[in-house]
Design a protein around this ligand. Structure first.
Ligand SMILES: Cc1cc2nc3c(=O)[nH]c(=O)nc-3n(C[C@H](O)[C@H](O)[C@H](O)COP(=O)(O)O)c2cc1C
Length: 254
């Protein structure tokens, strides 16, 4: 085991990790009021203490009115939430760990009744939770611009409070993946259409983040073939298609 490269340090641009063990993001809903608290601090500090090379936090929502989908999820916006996250970051660093937040918008997974403003419906590319099932509203250009800005601001704030990188949640049938997936993206403007056109929203987000965090700060991007709405769904059906899909994201700054 000790000869495994898993335990060797690695440099990822400016990010030095003491090993290649990366903790997957896991929503814990431990944060009443959407503010990271002592329980969150202790939870992440324990992972750093026990030699996780890079911690990816639970999904933490960006500052858009419809970003959140669940109770007690910590936010990556607002003074109190950012101060809570800073305590997490400082505690992880004190144990010698590295940490990146997973920046999240749930899109049409959101239902009315969810905090912070319970009257706000889900926002998504075409107002669909999945093919044939409507939920919430289809985003107009202003909504799109606001969400892009919210991701950029969240990344800038994350960097400012000491996070070592950011991860964009583009997976599992949430907002960004709803743009990727033809099943939920039926737009006839430039954000819909073929696989490359369906990456446009994510590309705008990554470019906006890159413009705010500078050339060197690592931007991680999580995507998935499967959707919570359809485990058999596929974005790419061949390595060539996967390259077609990923190239614009890499060129944008992932
Ligand atoms: C409790 C729980 C919460 C999760 N929350 C998130 C999340 O916030 N963001 C995310 O991208 N994946 C989330 N996942 C998925 C995990 O990151 C991981 O992909 C999944 O557990 C599969 O890995 P495994 O086979 O090792 O369990 C969650 C998984 C669990 C078990």
């Amino acid at each position: 085991m000790s000869n495994s490269p898993l335990f060797d340090p690695i440099e990822l641009g400016p990010l030095s990790l003491k090993n290649r063990i990366v903790m997957a993001p896991m929503t814990r809903t431990f944060s009443p009021g959407n503010v990271p608290n002592d329980l969150n601090v202790a939870y992440y500090a324990r992972r750093a203490e026990n030699e996780v090379g890079l911690i990816i936090t639970e999904g933490t929502t960006v500052g858009h009115k419809a970003a959140n989908g669940y109770a007690r999820v910590p936010f990556m916006h607002g003074e109190e939430s950012l101060a809570g996250w800073k305590k997490v970051v400082d505690a992880v660093h004190a144990k010698g760990g590295k940490i990146a937040p997973q920046l999240w918008h749930v899109g049409s997974v959101r239902k009315e009744g969810i905090e912070p403003d319970t009257s706000v419906p889900g926002h998504s590319p075409s107002g669909l939770f999945k093919p044939g099932r409507e939920n919430g509203v289809a985003m107009n250009q202003q909504d799109i611009d606001e969400v892009v800005e919210a991701f950029a601001q969240a990344a800038a704030d994350a960097k400012a409070i000491g996070f070592d990188a950011v991860e964009v949640h583009g997976a599992h049938g949430y907002l960004i993946d709803q743009f990727f997936w033809q099943g939920t993206n039926q737009r006839d403007d430039s954000y819909g259409g073929d696989l490359v056109s369906r990456t446009k929203f994510a590309v705008e987000i990554v470019k906006a983040i890159r413009a705010r965090v500078g050339a060197d700060f690592p931007i991680i991007f999580r995507f998935s073939q499967w959707k919570q709405q359809d485990y058999d769904a596929r974005l790419a059906n061949s390595p060539e298609e996967l390259k077609t899909f990923l190239t614009p994201l890499v060129e944008a700054g992932v």
